[in-house]
Design a binder for this molecule. Structure first.
Ligand code: ASP
Length: 474
């Protein structure tokens, strides 16, 4: 017999069906045994009636919650008084005629048919495959997928293509520390894991793609701050022949359409999204990711706003950017283009601190959920930026020669943005941290208790990588 999904069992009243899934709950009531069965499409109640108790005794004996089963039974309409109208399949019941356990579940480390939010997080992450079975985590993963699909379709309809960029690459300046991977073949050399696909996406514009996006994994080696993850997902985007207005409009339309379609219970506070200058945000809210919600108690209120007109440079004394070398460092991205009226100031030492960039950040309810800019695609102006940042000519050539070269062979004007996709999902799903919307996150301290990572490697591996380990500090 072919499998019927639990969510579709209602269409088979009066018929015998074969279901596959998990035992969600077991209730023994006198001579009857009740089960709630679960698959990816939902729940249904089943019952072993007293007249079958003897023949089913053996099968039922081991049928513990969370075991995987195949179950055969008759779909019966419930009598009126037993109908539970608020429950999925609340008007039917499966009269079980056969039950086979495909994989028996031992007692679990925690209950998963309740909200696991209060379970110790270390335990949840150690058994993430169980935690993910819970209703809330299933919802989060499935909603994340729906949003990703919506975004992919929206962007494809607007001539974007998704291009994958490498994981093993070279250090990129995004303001955080790199994760590095030692090369076995080139002793003493290292790849860096990307902090973002920034340079690749710009080079894809040189390559004539015109409209690129990617759900990109980004890795940043920062000290564990509760809500930071060493790896996270960006919705990364880049467009050729665009102004700041074009990129902002495209992203605003995408956010509005996606929320309206997939989160109809949400209310967007203000349309179009208000725009606030960095200066006003700092003066009025004391930060550059203002929470402009009119009602902070409303879990369904989404107050989006743009922050624009950021200073391009800040004094290194004020910055925690580990790449900062000279007197100036960039506030967001060295590849940003100053606003047109300030382009000339790149050449004027006195005016550098006053240069505003085309950078735009998108904020939601007090969180920065994305940011980007129009890029500086002029060879001379970009060289000047690196000079201002304190890079020697030789280092500029070594680190950014490929970018500068690309800007001499026909690179269109371009600009883009990247969204912190996990953070956006966290806010849309009213979750308290991004770990709740990631399938396999690390702990707040950057460990994976399930895989036990990071972990030591064998002496042979260390040797092959031409590495000598310092003795761990006592
Ligand atoms: N690469 C930048 C970031 O990760 C975003 C951008 O400018 O597109 O913040």
């Amino acid at each position: 017999m072919e499998r019927t999904y639990i969510g579709e069992t209602g269409q088979h009243a009066g018929e015998t069906v074969l279901l596959k899934g998990w035992i969600d709950v077991r209730r023994d009531q006198g001579k009857m045994v009740f089960f709630d069965f679960r698959d990816m499409t939902g729940y249904i109640q089943g019952v072993v009636l007293p007249n079958r108790a003897a023949e089913m005794a053996e099968a039922v004996k081991d049928a513990r919650p969370e075991s995987v089963i195949v179950v055969e039974g008759m779909v019966n309409k419930r009598p009126e008084r037993n109908v539970q109208a608020d429950k999925q399949n609340g008007d039917i019941e499966l009269e079980i005629t056969a039950l086979t356990i495909l994989n028996k579940a031992e007692p679990l480390p925690f209950e998963i048919n309740i909200d696991t939010v209060d379970v110790n997080e270390e335990v949840r992450l150690k058994h993430r495959y169980l935690d993910l079975r819970s209703v809330r985590m299933q919802r989060n993963m499935r909603k994340r997928d729906e949003v990703q699909k919506y975004i992919r379709d929206f962007l494809h309809e607007r001539k974007f293509i998704e291009v994958e960029t490498p994981m093993l690459t070279k250090s990129t300046p995004e303001g955080a520390r790199d994760y590095v991977v030692p090369s076995r073949v080139y002793p003493g050399n290292f790849y860096a894991l990307p902090q973002s696909p920034q340079q690749y996406k710009q080079l894809l514009m040189t390559a004539g793609m015109e409209r690129y996006f990617q759900f990109a994994k980004c890795m940043r080696d920062e000290d564990g701050r509760g809500d930071r993850q060493p790896e996270f997902t960006q919705l990364d985007m880049e467009m050729s022949f665009v102004t700041r207005e074009d990129v902002m409009q495209t992203n605003e339309a995408l956010l509005i359409n996606m929320v309206t379609k997939l989160f109809p219970e949400k209310k967007i506070q203000q349309l179009p999204f208000p725009r606030i200058s960095y200066k006003d945000a700092m003066e009025k809210y004391g930060n550059d990711r203002p929470d402009i919600r009119e009602d902070k108690n409303d879990p369904n209120l989404l107050a989006f706003c743009w922050v624009i007109d950021f200073p391009f440079f800040e004094s290194t004394s004020k910055s925690d950017n580990p790449d900062a070398q000279g007197q100036w460092t960039y506030t967001h991205n060295p590849f940003s283009r100053p606003i047109e009226e300030h382009m000339d100031n790149l050449m004027n030492k006195e005016a550098v601190g006053n240069i505003l960039t085309t950078q735009y950040d998108i904020c939601l309810n007090g969180f920065e959920i994305g940011g980007g800019s129009i890029r500086n695609h002029s060879f001379e102006a970009l060289s000047k930026v690196f000079e201002l940042l304190g890079h020697e000519a030789e280092a500029i050539e070594k680190d950014f020669g490929h970018m500068l070269q690309a800007f001499k062979v026909g690179t269109p004007p371009h600009g883009g943005i990247a969204w912190g996709f996990d953070r956006l999902m966290m806010l849309l799903l009213n979750e308290a941290n991004i770990r709740e919307v990631m399938a396999f996150p690390k702990t707040g301290e950057g460990r994976d208790p399930m895989m036990n990572a990071p972990s030591t490697i064998s002496d042979k591996q260390i040797d092959e990588l031409h590495i000598v380990l310092k003795k761990p500090k006592q």
